[in-house]
Design a protein around this ligand. Structure first.
Ligand SMILES: C[S@@+](CC[C@H](N)C(=O)[O-])C[C@H]1O[C@@H](n2cnc3c(N)ncnc32)[C@H](O)[C@@H]1O
Length: 258
C-alpha cells in the first residue's frame, strides 16, 4: 500500500492496462532497484539473447542493418544493447512519459552500471566487441518514441525486436497479456528474430510506493501464446528469487516471427 492509501491496482480484482498509473511511474526508483548493478538473472538472460542474435545475424552477413524496436523499455537499456551491432536504429517504444524522459536523460548521461551490462553483453562475442563506445553508439541509434503496445502490430515494419517484462507486467488480464505479446511479434517483418522476457508467476510489484499489476503466467502460457505467430528457438526459465516478493523466476523466449 502507498503512503496515501490503497491504489486502484490494489482495490480492483482485475486491472486493465488503462487502469494503472503509468504517468506516475517512479523511473529512478525502478532503475536503482533493478539495474543499479548487474544481477545473475539478467546476466543469464543477456547470454541467451546475445548468443541468439549473433547466431541469427552472423550466419547470413552481409546484410543491411536492422530497424529494431524495444517495446516498453522502461529504464532498461540492456535489451537495446543486445541489438546494437545489428541495428541502424533502435526505437525505444514506451507508454510512460516519466520513462521516456528517463530514457532521453540516460542516453545523454548514462549511469555507470551500464558499463557493467555492456561488458556482459560483449564478453566472448567479437561481434559486440567491435563497438568501442557502445553507449555513444546507442545514443546515436536510439529513438525514444511514445507508444502503446495495444496499438502496435499490423504494420510489419521492424526487422528485430525485444520486449522485456512488459506483456505480463502491465495488466492482470490474460487477454491483454496475449494481445501485447502477439502485437509485439506482429510488429516485425516475417522471419525477423526477437527476444522476449517475462516474470514468472508475478503477483504484481511496487515501484517506489505505487503498486503495478501483473498477470501470473508460466512457461506454458508463453509457449501457447507464441505458437501461432512465431517459430520458437528457445524458451527457458531463469532462476531468480531475491529481486522482490511475489514471483518465481523469469522466462526468456527467443524465436522468429512466422
Ligand atoms: C515492468 S516495466 C518493464 C520495463 C523494462 N522493459 C524492463 O526490462 O525492466 C513495464 C514497462 O511497460 C511500460 N508500459 C506499460 N503499458 C504499456 C503499453 N500499453 N505500451 C507500451 N509500454 C507500456 C511501462 O511504462 C514500463 O516501462
Amino acid at each position: 500500500m502507498g503512503d496515501s492509501g490503497p491504489t486502484i491496482a490494489e482495490t480492483l480484482d482485475e486491472v486493465s492496462n488503462e487502469d494503472a498509473p503509468w504517468d506516475y511511474f517512479d523511473s529512478d526508483s525502478y532503475f536503482w532497484h533493478n539495474y543499479g548493478h548487474l544481477r545473475a538473472d539478467d546476466k543469464q538472460i543477456i547470454d541467451i539473447v546475445a548468443d541468439f542474435f549473433v547466431h541469427c545475424f552472423d550466419r547470413d552477413r552481409p546484410r543491411n542493418l536492422a530497424n529494431a524496436i524495444d517495446v516498453g523499455s522502461g529504464t532498461n537499456l540492456y535489451p537495446a544493447m543486445t541489438m546494437l551491432p545489428f541495428a541502424s536504429r533502435v526505437t525505444l517504444f514506451e507508454r510512460s512519459p516519466a520513462n521516456r524522459q528517463w530514457l532521453i536523460d540516460a542516453l545523454n548521461e548514462p549511469q555507470g552500471s551500464w558499463d557493467e551490462f555492456w561488458k556482459a553483453v560483449a564478453a566472448g562475442r567479437p561481434t559486440y566487441q567491435r563497438i568501442r563506445k557502445p553507449l555513444e553508439v546507442l545514443a546515436m541509434r536510439a529513438w525514444v518514441t511514445k507508444g502503446n503496445v495495444f496499438a502496435l502490430g499490423a504494420d510489419d515494419k521492424y526487422d528485430l525486436g525485444t520486449m522485456f517484462f512488459v506483456a505480463e507486467s502491465i495488466t492482470t488480464r490474460d487477454d491483454e497479456f496475449r494481445r501485447a505479446t502477439l502485437n509485439f511479434v506482429d510488429s516485425l517483418k516475417p522471419g525477423s528474430p526477437f527476444a522476449a522476457a517475462f516474470m514468472c508467476r508475478s503477483e504484481g510489484y511496487f515501484v517506489g510506493s505505487t503498486f503495478f499489476p501483473a498477470h501470473s503466467i508460466d512457461i506454458t502460457d508463453v509457449e501457447m501464446c507464441l505458437a501461432d505467430i512465431a517459430r520458437i528457438s528457445q524458451i527457458e526459465k531463469v532462476a531468480s528469487e531475491d529481486l522482490r516478493a511475489g514471483y518465481s523466476g523469469m522466462i526468456v523466449a527467443t524465436g522468429w516471427k512466422r
